[in-house]
Design a protein around this ligand. Sequence first.
Ligand code: ATP
Ligand code: MG
Length: 266
Amino acid sequence: MEEGGHGIPRSHPRYWSLVLRERLVEAMREGIVVPQGLIAHGRGECFDYLIGEETQWFAREAARAAAALLLLAEHPVISVNGNAAALAADELVRLSKLLDAPLEVNLFYRTEERVRRIAELLRRKGARRVLGVEDATARIPGLPHPRGMVSPEGILRADVVLVALEDGDRAEALRRMGKRVIAIDLNPLSRTARMADVTIVDNIVRAVPLIAGEIEKLRGRPRSELGEIVQGYDNNRVLAGALLHIRERLEKLAREGVALNPLGEG
Ligand code: ATP
Ligand code: MG
């Protein structure tokens, strides 16, 4: 049987999902992901299953608005946690280069050791600027917790912050600081998804390249045109679109038959 990495047969119907799990488990052994991160991923997987494990229109629309916001930003920053680094380090580094924006390590369960390991991984992948390691000396007001520690050169002064698999509280605190928040979150009902200015409801492994692609398309367009994209964007419509997509997909499956092997046929 043909096998991909980790001995998972490529022909397995859930090949990609299993590969991502293996990546996270490996990253946990390397001290990059915490056990709680595995649980968070499981929640994401469930929503990925519901949307159909493919990028849908609402993610494309949000990625376009995210790209416009990032191109218009004076100090865009890409916030990276353990799961994001484990799943999409290459893509995040590429995005930071495209934007000439720093990556900043920010962890909910912060230990200096884990911060260093994540920064090392990003640098190994070619990152030019990784913040949040020794320079996490400032605080997000109202977040009395290590996840509120930020770099004065990064998230503290950023006008636009891209976050993935974020905690709702922190997304809210960033909004209160007047920042525009772009979230990547498979759960359209999470507080993060509802709190962000732009929410890309898609798996991080698909969403980051999607944003990069939109940046390449929009780069060089006049600022007025980028501003119109942002003005015309409605996150509520996009989140509602994700919920309705799930409902319609479930209704269709229920009508057409869910069972793969119904009794009394064949
Ligand atoms: P919130 O605090 O915003 O309400 P939450 O409590 O539902 O979020 P957390 O555990 O704080 O969830 O954060 C994990 C979030 O990341 C979940 O909403 C989950 O759907 C999402 N998520 C997990 N894995 C992925 C992934 N691979 N790609 C995109 N989103 C993901
Ligand atoms: Mg949460």
